[in-house]
Write a protein that binds this ligand. Structure first.
Ligand code: SF4
Length: 364
C-alpha cells in the first residue's frame, strides 16, 4: 500500500507545506482551531526532510503529515533555478514554487480545496518579501488557492476567507523577523516542544553548499546518491576527479554502503587507515580528463593522497618506505605501491565557499 493511501477518503479541507518548523506547525494549528482538517505535506529532497519525525509530529502537535519525495524534480530545478540562489545554494523562490505546484497537483486526490503555507511576510530576505510572496503565488499557479494564515491580516483576503470557509478575523497578522508572536501563539496552543529555528535545509548552510558546487558543475546527471555521498566524509576534488575519505570508522562504513558499481575504493593493505571512495561519472562537458574512467596516474595520485590520512602510513613515508594501497574496482583488486603524500601533483583540495560565491557572480 502506498503510504498516501491511508490519508485518502478523509474529509481534508486543505493541504499544507509542512517542514516541521514552528511556522508550519502554527499555520496548521490556527486552521485546526477553526475546525478545518489540514493534511501536512512533508517534502523530502537530498537537502531537507525528516520523514522519521512524522510520528513524533503527530504525537506532539496533533499534525498528520505525508512524506513527499521530490528528489529528481528538485535536482533538475537546482541546477538552474529561474530566480537564482540566496546566500548559499538555496534557490528559495524556485523551491517554494516547486513545492506549491506539486502540492496543487495533489489537491484533487485528497479532496482538498486549498493550500496552506507557513510563510511569514518579511521574515526571510529572499523568499518572504511581499514581492517574492506574490511571485511564488503566481509562479506556482496557486494565486486563488493559497492561504498564508500566519500573515493573513497583513495580506489581502483570499477566496477561502471571503467565501467564509476560513474565518479571517481569527487569523493572525504576523510579520517580520522576530519570533515573539510565534512563541506567544505556540503558548496559546500549549506547545512546549518548540523546534529550533534553524530550518534544517543544507542548501542554506555554507559548508554543504560549497560541497554541492563541484557536483553540479562537473557531473552530466548528478543524482541523489551523489549529494548523499558529499555528506558522508571528507571531500576532495582535483579538477573533475572526486575523492571522499572517511574520517572515522563510522564514515568508512557509510562510504562502503554508499559505494556504487562504478566507484573505486582505496584501502591500505598492511596498515590501518581510512577508506577512500573515488566516484567515476560521466562529465557534463567534454574534457581531456577522464572522470568516467580514471587514468593510471590519477589512481596512483589518489592512492598516495588517501594513504596520507593514515598516521602509520605517514610514518612509513617519513622512513622513506612505500605503502601498498588496494584498489577495488567492482570485483577486481589491484595493488598500488605509493609514498603517502598530502601534497601531490594533482593537488586535491576541499570545496570552498569562495568558489561558490565566485560561480554565482559569474552566472548570467
Ligand atoms: S531554505 Fe531550503 S527548503 Fe527552505 S525555501 Fe530555501 S531552498 Fe527551500
Amino acid at each position: 500500500m502506498d503510504i498516501s493511501d491511508r490519508y485518502l477518503g478523509r474529509p481534508w479541507h486543505a493541504l499544507a507545506l509542512f517542514s516541521g518548523g514552528l511556522d508550519s506547525i502554527l499555520a496548521i494549528k490556527v486552521l485546526q482551531e477553526q475546525g478545518l482538517n489540514v493534511l501536512g505535506l512533508h517534502y523530502v529532497s537530498p537537502f531537507f526532510g525528516k520523514p522519521h519525525l512524522l510520528d513524533h509530529w503527530k504525537k506532539t502537535y496533533g499534525i498528520e503529515a505525508l512524506p513527499v519525495d521530490v528528489r529528481r524534480l528538485y535536482l533538475d530545478m537546482l541546477v538552474a533555478p529561474e530566480h537564482g540562489y540566496g546566500k548559499h545554494m538555496n534557490p528559495c523562490v524556485d523551491c517554494k514554487i516547486l513545492m506549491l505546484r506539486h502540492a496543487r497537483g495533489l489537491l484533487e486526490r485528497f479532496g482538498a480545496s486549498f493550500l496552506v503555507s507557513g510563510e511569514v511576510l518579511g521574515q526571510r530576505p529572499m523568499s518572504q518579501r511581499a514581492d517574492a510572496l506574490n511571485l511564488i503565488r503566481k509562479g506556482a499557479g496557486v494565486a486563488d488557492i493559497l492561504l498564508r494564515p500566519l500573515s493573513a491580516q497583513k495580506l489581502g483576503p483570499t477566496k477561502m476567507e471571503t467565501s467564509g470557509l476560513v474565518d479571517r478575523s481569527l487569523l493572525p497578522g504576523i510579520w517580520g523577523r522576530g519570533r515573539r508572536e510565534q512563541l506567544d501563539l505556540a503558548a496559546h496552543f500549549g506547545i512546549t516542544d518548540i523546534p529550533t529555528p534553524a530550518g534544517g535545509c543544507r542548501l542554506a548552510e555554507a559548508e554543504p553548499a560549497a560541497r554541492y558546487l563541484p557536483i553540479i558543475i562537473n557531473m552530466a546527471e548528478p543524482g541523489p546518491r551523489d549529494f548523499h555521498l558529499s555528506h558522508l566524509a571528507r571531500q576532495y576534488w582535483a579538477g573533475p576527479y572526486w575523492l571522499s575519505i572517511g574520517r572515522n570508522e563510522q564514515a568508512n562504513e557509510a562510504l562502503e554502503a554508499a559505494c556504487g558499481p562504478n566507484d573505486l575504493r582505496f584501502r591500505l593493505k598492511d596498515v590501518t587507515g581510512p577508506l577512500a571512495l573515488g566516484r567515476q561519472y560521466a562529465p557534463k562537458a567534454p574534457t581531456d580528463a577522464r572522470p568516467e574512467a580514471w587514468p593510471e596516474h590519477v589512481l596512483a595520485d589518489a592512492a598516495a593522497f588517501a594513504a596520507s590520512y593514515s598516521p602509520r602510513a605517514r610514518a612509513e613515508a617519513e622512513a622513506g618506505h612505500q605503502v601498498t594501497v588496494l584498489l577495488l574496482r567492482g570485483g577486481e583488486v589491484t595493488e598500488l605501491s605509493v609514498i603517502p603524500a598530502r601534497q601531490t601533483p594533482l593537488n586535491w583540495a576541499e570545496p570552498k565557499s569562495s568558489a561558490l560565491n565566485a560561480w554565482k557572480k559569474r552566472k548570467p
